[in-house]
Design a protein around this ligand. Structure first.
Ligand code: IPE
Ligand code: IPE
Ligand code: MG
Length: 245
């Protein structure tokens, strides 16, 4: 499988909606928290494999603005797992030259989580092999609203005029301003929806859905998704003949 992947045709930006922890656990007669604990193993595997393959930007949907509506106990387990993982994986991030950053309204996260995140973000800021972006307390609609507000303020202060706003101006006011558009979006667990993830950034992404629950998603599943991606023809509005010319 590995050898079939074309290293020249890897996505520059891979984004993943890591879904199905709860159902994975339920299938085993366990509670949802057990599912989240096991989901961490998939995160580690996929981060390391993406870095090994040479994918420059990986973005993982870890907690949505809507997920704040979940039971308090589940939210607090997710936050604890995040802090624990940051501590456990920090050395590996350094070793693999991975830069960690976050997107989302992280001010809403518990202070202890914010501190842990900040510390890892600071200590990995110089890394250049791969950018690992965690979407935390993230919602694409919130992100776009915030960008609109910032641009309106600039117009109001006569710094720009409405006509100056183009797609790159808007892009520069998103959390993801330092990232290229998403090339491949993977969602696990058989759900076929976007759930308020990177709406703007996936405008021309290839979408890949798999029934595999996130805690079962490993190297072979990633390779399968990448292989499928490499077999697709991305036309960006043009004809096939134009693309192949
Ligand atoms: C994804 O798994 C993890 C988060 C959303 C934080 P879920 O917790 O959504 O698992 P399911 O979809 O209920 O199975
Ligand atoms: C999307 O999964 C959010 C994350 C993976 C973090 P959800 O499980 O929250 O999505 P819905 O509610 O099924 O759309
Ligand atoms: Mg879910």
């Amino acid at each position: 499988m590995r050898s079939q992947l074309d290293p020249e045709k890897l996505p520059k930006h891979l984004a993943i909606i890591m879904d199905g922890n709860g159902r994975w656990a339920a299938e085993k007669g366990k509670n949802r928290l057990f599912g989240h604990q096991n989901g961490v193993n998939s995160v580690r595997t996929i981060v390391e494999e993406s870095a090994r393959l040479g994918i420059p930007h990986l973005t993982l949907y870890a907690f949505s603005t809507e997920n704040w509506q979940r039971p308090k106990e589940e939210i607090s387990t997710l936050m604890q797992l995040l802090v624990q993982s940051l501590r456990n994986e920090f050395e590996k991030l350094l070793e693999n030259k991975i830069k960690l950053q976050t997107v989302g309204n992280t001010a809403l996260l518990p202070k202890s989580v914010q501190n842990e995140l900040q510390s890892v973000v600071d200590k990995t800021a110089h890394n250049t092999h791969m950018t690992l972006t965690l979407a935390l307390s993230y919602g694409a609609k919130d992100e776009l609203v915030a960008a609109a507000q910032q641009l309106a303020q600039l117009v109001k202060n006569n710094i720009i005029s409405p006509g100056d706003i183009d797609s790159s101006t808007l892009n520069n006011h998103l959390y993801t301003r330092n990232l290229p558009d998403v090339d491949l979006l993977i969602r696990t667990s058989g759900e076929h929806r976007i759930s308020n993830f990177l709406l703007w950034q996936i405008a021309y992404a290839e979408l890949y859905f798999t029934n595999v629950f996130w805690p079962d998603f490993r190297e072979a599943d990633l390779h399968q998704a990448l292989l499928t991606y490499q077999q697709r023809e991305r036309r960006f509005g043009k004809t096939s003949a134009q693309i192949n010319a």
